[in-house]
Every structure is written in C-alpha cells, then in structure tokens.
Design a protein around this ligand. Sequence first.
Ligand SMILES: Nc1ncnc2c1ncn2[C@@H]1O[C@H](COP(=O)(O)OP(=O)(O)O)[C@@H](O)[C@H]1O
Ligand SMILES: [Mg+2]
Length: 237
Amino acid sequence: MAAIEAIDLTKRYGTRTAVDGLTFSAEEGEVVGLLGPNGAGKTTTIRLLTTILEPTSGTFTVAGVRGDLVRERVGVLPESAGYPGRQSGAEYLRYAARLFGASRSEARSVADRLLTDVGLAERAGARISSYSRGMKQRLGIARALVNDPAVVFLDEPTLGLDPSGQRAILAMVADLASRRGTTVVLSTHLLSEVEESCASVLILDRGRLRAAGPIGDVVADRGSLSAAFLALTEPGS
Ligand SMILES: Nc1ncnc2c1ncn2[C@@H]1O[C@H](COP(=O)(O)OP(=O)(O)O)[C@@H](O)[C@H]1O
Ligand SMILES: [Mg+2]
C-alpha cells in the first residue's frame, strides 16, 4: 500500500491555481523531499493532504484512508507554528497527547519518549520561551508525532536555522523515519541535505509537478539535485 496516493489534486484560489493537477504516490517509510521555489504550492499541498484545506478537485488517500479518517493518521509541523511560551516542552506535549485521547499517565510517557527522541530531554521542564529556534522546531516535530502517525508532514522544518542546526534537524528526521517506519514528507530549500536524507523528491513549480521519484532518477544525467532543480523550475518570488 502506498503511504500517499494523489490523483489530479488541484486547489484554486479564485483565478489563481496554487496546486495544479498533482498525481503522485509515496512509499511507506520513505522520506520525501517536497521542493520548489517560493509560491510553488508546497504549503498548499501539505494543507490538502492533511485535510486542513479541501481540494477544488482531485482525490487522495493517506495511509490507505481518505476524508476525515486522514487526520488520525497524520502529523504535521505547520509552516508557521506558534508555541505557548509559558508552558514547558513537556507540558505542551502532554497536553497535545491528551487532545488525542491519551490518559494522564500515557500522555506523560509519550511526552517523555518524544522529548528524548528529538533531543530535548534535558530541557523538558524549561519554559518554551527559553528555547532556541532549533529547539522549538524539534518540539514542533515531537508534537507532530504525538498521535503516532503513519505519515508526517513537515513544512520547512529547517527554516531560520543555522547550517549545523539545519543538518541536525534533517538527520534527526531521517533517523526517526527509519526507526519508526514513518513516512515523512518535508518541504525545504536545502537541496544538498535533501540529497543525503531523502529517498525521493517531488519538485513543484507554479503548482505543477515537474519531477517525482527516487533522487537518482530525478537527477539522472543532470549531475546534481540542484542542477535538476534549476533546470525544472523558474526563480521564485
Ligand atoms: N489563502 C490563499 N489565498 C490566495 N492565494 C493563496 C493562498 N495560499 C496560497 N496562495 C497562493 O498559492 C500559491 C502557492 O502558495 P504556497 O502553497 O504557500 O507555496 P509555497 O509553500 O511553495 O511557497 C502562491 O501563489 C500563493 O500566493
Ligand atoms: Mg510554504
């Protein structure tokens, strides 16, 4: 069973077509890089596949289900996630787990395990307002995993981080995916890191899918992923 199957997925805002007839599938357990210049339709695609937005047309399944059932099977780090600064990371994750129906003790153990997984165990009790940007992104990734999703969508998880923070986040994501067997779709502009940590990519430009599949196939004879990206896309805004 494919982790994601999208058929002719389209989203229009008035006359603007943000996502234009996407047809693709993603395999279970793989890390998929969702690439494209600003405005290409990455965030809209993630919002469609996590059922935040309704498609104008087209259909999709995630983790083998469609419609309202999708929400229970996915986790998401939204494009601009906000955090309650006065809560600790542990409180925030326990609360999120409770929203998914965990008991108090379950919520505590889920939060502890995820904080360890994302490297925040030592700061679990500190207020989120004292966290660095990278720590907040780690917390957001932990939050996206709280319902043990089959498919996780991370919208620019490395945004605003320094190069070592970016690499650390992507390495952590690849490690989590392989240990948990979770499918991860992550949008990013870091092409060289994508080449290291993703099995396959989707390249969008102006709402259209320009390439999809294993990185080796997409790069083909272009030499590198960034060369392929530049050949397939127009400069963003
Ligand atoms: N709520 C909205 N209303 C109108 N246009 C939108 C809305 N959200 C996104 N768009 C447009 O859809 C296109 C794709 O945007 P988006 O999915 O955010 O791209 P990306 O995440 O790749 O930068 C852009 O042209 C953007 O301006
Ligand atoms: Mg975006």
